[in-house]
Design a protein around this ligand. Structure first.
Ligand SMILES: NC(=O)c1ccc[n+]([C@@H]2O[C@H](COP(=O)([O-])OP(=O)(O)OC[C@H]3O[C@@H](n4cnc5c(N)ncnc54)[C@H](O)[C@@H]3O)[C@@H](O)[C@H]2O)c1
Length: 353
């Protein structure tokens, strides 16, 4: 069997400091016979030298475009707009299978180049459970930012940090009055992260998951000062909040942190805002009196790049060691073909795996 040639690319988004493979795991891959190439990347949280020391071959940023055709190109977020035709197998989060903006264009580029997208969001075990995800840290940060905002201590623009530093700011300082918090989707990865951040902040949150929202009590929801939404909706459910609820005179809710960020989707459980917030302006006021602040940032784990990369890499590395045509990777490829069909993208003989 030929060794896997894995090519870790530089991320084009300048605020993206995470990586799917950390240097320690790069060493494990090399020791197991993986041919590992790593692109230089000034913003990656781990220095390139650490990959070199782990036995990887170092190449310039963006040179994947001329990588051998059998190389599997690994990244996290979007590809640059060029080249138009994608000839390789790419592993990253394509955000293209739910008809997101640009989905048909991206899949069309793969079809034109006869490459394939092995989307990390669809790398699942036999029971459909995600094998590598950033959810815990998304929830942790979603709750942490909500706590800081509620205590008047959130400063913009947001910057990547480390967990110790973040926790230091989260621990209640004298004068921080108590507040009540609600986590919805509390049993999931993000929900667990959100709970952990609240506990660090000295707050024991109310936890709701499917059972508690089946017969939704919006009044009870509005009685919390802070709410974090961490659900992964798979079919439409009645909204957790509607415009009219924000004007309910009994509303105590002041800070809403939407980790899910399904804005614009038919699955959105919080159809009370129309666009996400950004690192430069993380908070948007939805109501003036009494105030209601929204935090809806769609790349939360990038704010803790070291911790989130380390956990993600630990989950992904065993899958890469087992890279092949069957199992999770086979399912990923099938999902790619299905998405092409669903979006009307005509493939040639694409999708070698
Ligand atoms: N903002 C970000 O940066 C960021 C990063 C990663 C993930 N996410 C998003 O966070 C969401 C959660 O991801 P996850 O990895 O934690 O998913 P998960 O599958 O681990 O957990 C989702 C939880 O939501 C619960 N749930 C589903 N429908 C519900 C409902 N109607 N009422 C109550 N609970 C419900 C599930 O039972 C589950 O416990 C996803 O939408 C994901 O895309 C956001």
């Amino acid at each position: 069997m030929t060794a896997l040639h894995l090519w870790l690319r530089h991320e084009v988004r300048s605020t993206e400091r995470r990586t799917p493979i950390v240097p320690d795991d790069a060493g494990r891959l090399v020791a197991s016979g993986v041919d590992l190439t790593v692109e230089e990347s000034p913003q990656r949280i781990f220095p390139t030298q650490e990959y070199e020391a782990a036995g990887a071959r170092i190449v310039p940023a963006g040179s994947w475009v001329s990588a051998p055709r059998d190389a599997v190109i690994l990244g996290l977020k979007e590809l640059p707009g060029r080249p138009r035709e994608l000839v390789h197998r790419h592993v990253f989060f394509g955000h293209a299978y739910k008809r997101q903006p640009g989905a048909a264009d991206l899949l069309g580029r793969f079809a034109a180049g006869r490459g394939a997208l092995l989307d990390l969001e669809y790398l699942v075990d036999d029971e459909g459970r995600r094998l590598a995800a950033f959810g815990f840290w998304a929830g942790y940060l979603g709750a942490a930012l909500a706590v800081l905002q509620h205590r008047g201590r959130l400063t913009a623009p947001l910057r990547p940090t480390g967990k110790e530093e973040l926790d230091e700011t989260l621990r209640a300082a004298p004068g921080d009055e108590d507040f009540t918090a609600l986590v919805v989707g509390a049993l999931g990865r993000s929900g667990r992260g959100a709970r952990a951040a609240f506990v660090t902040a000295g707050v024991e949150p109310t936890c709701w998951d499917l059972a508690e929202t089946r017969d939704l009590d919006r009044r009870a929801l509005l009685e919390h000062d802070v709410m974090v939404n961490a659900v992964l909706a798979t079919s439409p459910v009645p909204p957790f909040l509607r415009e009219a609820d924000l004007d309910d005179p009994a509303r105590r809710l002041r800070t809403l942190s939407d980790v899910t960020c399904d804005v614009g989707s038919p699955l959105n459980v919080l159809p009370v805002y129309d666009r996400t917030t950004e690192w430069t302006e993380p908070v948007r006021r939805l109501r003036k009196e009494p105030p209601l602040d929204l935090i809806a940032i769609d790349n939360l784990p990038s704010l803790l790049p070291r911790e989130s990369s380390t956990d993600f890499s630990a989950a992904l590395t065993p899958q890469l060691l087992d890279f092949g045509t069957g199992g999770p990777w086979g399912r990923c490829l099938d999902r790619f073909h299905r998405a092409c069909r669903e979006l009307g993208v005509t493939e040639g003989e694409s999708g070698r795996a």
